[in-house]
Design a protein around this ligand. Structure first.
Ligand code: ADP
Ligand code: ZN
Length: 766
């Protein structure tokens, strides 16, 4: 590009509240500056880092400030990522600064990471600032951060001086890893030797072969295409991804694989490391800032062939990206539920489109939207209907909890910990009732045969909530409109939404009697009950309480894999990904928990969750059994589950969605207003609704296009001390919805007392 065309730059600061700004590019920087590089710019009295988004020959602005320095030798965001950022900002109605704040690791955004290091030798230089820098370096053992330099030298261009010193060979500028010592940990994952099992190379089944062939064909031809790989649990989908990724590598390109939660899938990491030894990049939210930073540069420099990561890894700066895989594409964890509310799966598809490379979405229970996309011809469906070695799918049976309810239960005596001195028989009974005769028998039998069992209850803690048996007082979170859950081991109650915790005893805050008692059951209580039921079994629990420490997931999963645990109890964490061949019994204790949520996806989620947990069973040579306990065995989600009938479920679910006019028949944008004062939020939500309704009536482009629902208090009316009201925009086309939502955003300026969260394609309806 002619330097004339680079006289100005549009620079974006990675922060939600900043709009792009135009700066002049000084002539000496015009040679090196490129779109996608970081630039240091003056902003008020500060100096901040921004990304060059566009270079311009001219500007209508009369006065512009100058860029102080260019911080990179090569762009850190390539053209496709820039294009993707712009698309995200437009589609999710976010500022581009907000998008960049999500894409870039935090430490890339500040200047504190660069250090000046003195080289040996004597240098004569006339520049006063340069001399001052050399002088300071002399006092600081030859090493000083740019941040310190900037603070101590006022007047004169530090960057120009540094550049001169650098070109003389007097100094070097280093990108410093923050917390450098921790760095080895992040990279450790990469050099580990994978267990031999991960190395196994199979002859692909016919169905696997056919799927791979279709993908390979697209890879050879080039261009964008989205595949939906629908394969039952244990059908070898991962093997298909790995082979496709190997082909991509053979052609000198790189691939990206997204998974819902990285700490739950150490086996996949093993397999990746075995196939791409030393060339695997890992990105996920549990990395420290330093690790994330190190991984990011590693990836950017092309040092890895594959990147694996959770949602935000969709932004991994892989050069020469040739394939994107999204495993368990239906998983709701791909949707970010705060700040930038994007869906990582959908962004993956758009990134593939911009890069003109194929995208594979894989699942045993595809999202209704994704499957419909196949039927509409937007995605290509690839199916694997059989498990590997034609192993049978597990037999799924239901236990009707309504009839269990009437059964007289014999309750063995147990030592009651102090908080349970009330030993309310009804509560203990509740736990026993949640393990039906049928399931108890199956568990004992399985234990005798030295096989493993998995017990799933989507509710952690000991009791669901505490209630006074005298006055009916219920212990609630003081910040959220939900009940507090009893966690007996910690002798405390905890809010599962905001994590508020407090110690608890039996004294009722309502009437002062010692009559508080737990209602409902959680995983902790089930674990205890199982210890009585199957006395010598090695029982472990996996939920957010037992895995809060870094690495604790992995330890549990490894023990489970090595059959050091007989019965594993847990929340939906245990349903994901792992492939353990010794598991033959799976019990789902209360399937209805997710069925009864006020959310139009409740049936779909339940079907997905239960299929996934059922799929953990019978992955080895012994066939599996799954026992699903429910109050609603006749529900279509449960009926199709029993028959392993995804297509049947899809049909029923589509009828339901059509009747209520929900996605995929319509698109949704949710507007959630929240603030610390309930009345005010309510009033403002009503005013907003009235204004939007007026626009709907008046503007022909909106009329008949958009249905506006609400305002209504959100099902969780108060969260973290903020009251919440919501409005839902529904329509056939997304464009008018986005336009109206954007106006709504302009009508409600962000303030301390009121925030409007716009959620495009929302998942969280609570
Ligand atoms: P999915 O991702 O569909 O649940 P995986 O790819 O994890 O299934 O495969 C399940 C198990 O079967 C894994 O242990 C895998 O190593 C093994 N496997 C995959 N493909 C084959 C094959 N063609 N022959 C034998 N075993 C296979
Ligand atoms: Zn709370």
């Amino acid at each position: 590009m002619e330097n004339q065309a680079k006289r100005f730059a549009r620079v974006v600061i990675p922060s939600p509240l900043k709009q792009p700004l135009i700066y002049a590019v000084p002539p000496d920087l015009q040679d090196e500056i490129l779109v996608g590089m970081r630039a240091l710019i003056p902003l008020g009295r500060r100096k901040v880092v921004g990304i060059v988004f566009e270079l311009l020959p001219e500007t209508h602005l009369i006065e512009t400030k100058q860029i102080l320095a260019v911080l990179d030798e090569q762009p850190i965001l390539d053209a496709a990522l820039i294009q993707l950022s712009l698309w995200i900002a437009q589609y999710y109605l976010a500022t581009i600064g907000e998008v960049l704040a999500t894409i870039l690791p935090p430490s890339l955004r500040s200047e504190s990471q660069r250090t000046v290091v003195a080289k040996s030798g004597t240098f004569s230089i006339s520049d006063a600032v340069a001399n001052k820098i050399l002088h300071m370096l002399g006092h600081k053992k030859g090493r000083i951060s740019i941040k310190t330099l900037m603070r101590q030298i006022s007047g004169g261009n530090v960057y120009q001086a540094l550049e001169r010193l650098e070109s003389l060979g007097a100094v070097e500028i280093h990108e410093r890893l923050p917390g450098g010592r921790k760095r080895s940990k992040g990279i450790r994952l990469d050099t580990d030797v994978a267990p031999p099992a991960a190395l196994a190379r199979y002859t692909l089944s016919t169905e696997q072969e056919r799927a791979l062939h279709a993908i390979d064909d697209r890879l050879q031809k080039g261009g964008f295409e989205t595949f939906l790989l629908h394969g039952v649990t244990g059908s070898g989908k991962t093997e298909v991804y790995l082979r496709a990724m190997e082909r991509v590598r053979a052609s000198g390109r790189r691939s990206l694989i997204l998974i819902p939660e990285i700490s739950l899938t150490p086996q996949l990491i093993d397999r990746l490391k075995a196939r791409f030894t030393g060339r695997v990049g890992i990105l996920h939210s549990r990395l420290t800032e330093a690790e994330r930073w190190a991984q990011w540069w590693h990836i950017l420099r092309g040092n890895v062939d594959v990147v694996v990561g959770a949602r935000s890894a969709v932004f991994a700066p892989l050069p020469g990206l040739g394939l994107i895989v999204v495993d368990e594409e239906h998983d709701s964890s791909y949707k970010q539920e705060e700040s930038l509310r994007y869906n990582g799966r959908d962004v993956a598809v758009v990134r593939g489109k911009f890069l003109a490379c194929p995208v594979i979405l894989g699942s045993a229970t595809p999202a209704v939207e994704s499957y419909e996309n196949c039927l509409q011809g937007r995605y290509r469906l690839l199916e694997i209907t059989k498990r590997v070695y034609e192993r049978p799918l597990p037999r799924i049976e239901t236990v009707d909890l309504r009839s269990e309810f009437n059964r007289s239960t014999s309750i063995p005596n147990s030592k009651s910990p102090e908080l349970r001195t009330d030993a309310s028989p009804s509560r203990t009974k509740a736990a026993y009732r949640l393990i039906s005769h049928r399931l108890a028998e199956a568990l004992c039998d399985n234990y005798r045969k030295s096989r493993q069992s998995l017990i799933f209850l989507n509710r952690r803690g000991f009791s669901n909530f505490l209630q006074c048996t005298l006055c009916g007082y219920v212990l609630r979170c003081q910040y959220c409109s939900v009940t507090l859950t009893l966690h007996l081991a910690q002798k405390s109650v905890c809010c599962h939404h905001c994590n508020f915790r407090r110690p608890v005893n039996r004294v009722c805050p309502g009437c002062g009697n010692t009559t508080l008692s737990g209602i409902g059951v959680g995983t902790e209580q089930i674990e205890e009950t199982l210890r009585h039921l199957v006395p010598h079994a090695r029982i472990a629990r996996m939920d957010r309480d037992t895995t809060s420490r870094r690495g604790s997931h992995e330890i549990l999963i490894r023990q489970w894999e090595k059959a050091e645990i007989d019965i594993l109890v847990g929340t939906q964490m245990i349903t994901k990904g792992h492939d353990v061949t010794g598991v033959t019994v799976v019990g789902a204790l209360l399937a209805d928990l997710s069925l009864n949520l006020p959310d139009f996806r409740a049936a779909e989620r339940t079907f997905q969750l239960l299929s996934q947990v059922a799929g953990r069973s019978g992955r080895g040579d012994d066939p599996g059994t799954v026992i699903v306990q429910t109050y609603e065995p006749e529900h279509y989600a449960i009926q199709h589950l029993i028959n392993h009938d995804y297509k049947g479920f899809f049909q029923s679910e589509m009828e339901f969605r059509r009747a209520l006019n929900y996605p995929p028949f319509t698109r949704l944008v949710s507007l959630r207003m929240e603030g610390p004062k309930g009345d005010e939020v309510e009033t403002k939500a009503k005013i907003l609704a009235a204004t939007l309704n007026e626009k709907l009536d008046m503007k022909p482009k909106f009329r008949g296009q958009i249905e506006l629902l609400g305002p209504a208090p959100a099902p969780i009316h108060k969260l973290r001390n903020r009251y919440r009201w919501q409005l839902l925009l529904k329509g056939k086309q997304i464009a008018p919805l986005l336009e109206l939502a954007k106006r709504a955003g302009q009508l409600v300026p962000r303030s301390r007392n009121l925030r409007l969260h716009i959620d495009v394609d929302p998942y969280d309806m609570l």
